[in-house]
Unconditional design. Sequence first.
Length: 296
Amino acid sequence: MTAEPPEQHVPDAVLVAQRRDVVRQLTVRGITARVSVRPGTGAHTGRPPLLLCNGIGVSLEALQPLVDHLDPDRGLVRFDVPGIGGSALPPAPYPIAALSSWVTALMGKLGHRRFDVFGLSWGGGLAQQLAVQSPRKVRRVVLVATGTGCLMVPASPRVLGIMSTPRRHRDPEYAARVAPEIYGGSMRTDPARGAALLHGATRSGPKRGYYYQLAAMAGWTSLPFLGLLRQPTLVMGGDDDPIIPAVNPRMQAAMIPRARLHLYHGGHLGILTEADELAPVIDAFLDEPDTLRRPA
């Protein structure tokens, strides 16, 4: 007989924030997507919300550990990428530029003319594309554990091989087995935590959706346009990230004109496993006053 896990205290502010999240289906350009919206309150009423772009193959619930530790008054928008979780599979594979345009249309349909964008891993590529493609709409950018696409310092061939299929999203035992090798950080001593993050509440969707996400980034790189980004940008990365070696966020921060670098002790999913330490860094960055005019 297994022991019951100890009861955890959830702060009242977190419970209030969770109750304000409204999940609904929204059709944009013929594709019905599952979207979670939390309106801003208090000091954040009427301010640009933070759009959260997830990693590959997981639904919007995967970001809940971060959401729970962000300012509960901050407006947030999460969504399942088409073909993932509760969003419909698109009729054909899409390039990342087309997805960026679709996401901008989604935000417009929600009534947001300007927004901040956060991108984790694969979602960081989408965040970079949004920043360059829609400079008048994207106010600030947070890039976490992400790279510059096909032109970056890559992971080891074995790690890339594991990442090339959605098996870890569908097989909890396999996810626990490979978590130390691909995620690093605290997963090296607690691999079951990686499996729990991927399987606890997330929905993967059809396999084809995962491969569509892979195809979207085929041949894509942000290197040619990083110097064109004018938004204040926070680049975050772990010092033990097998998927995105730390040299990559260092390079991004050096090439983006208004970027700063925050390297933390941890792995690829550190923003989720150590959200209590890292979410305040994001909040502080987003709450800084804007000192320059919008991009022309």
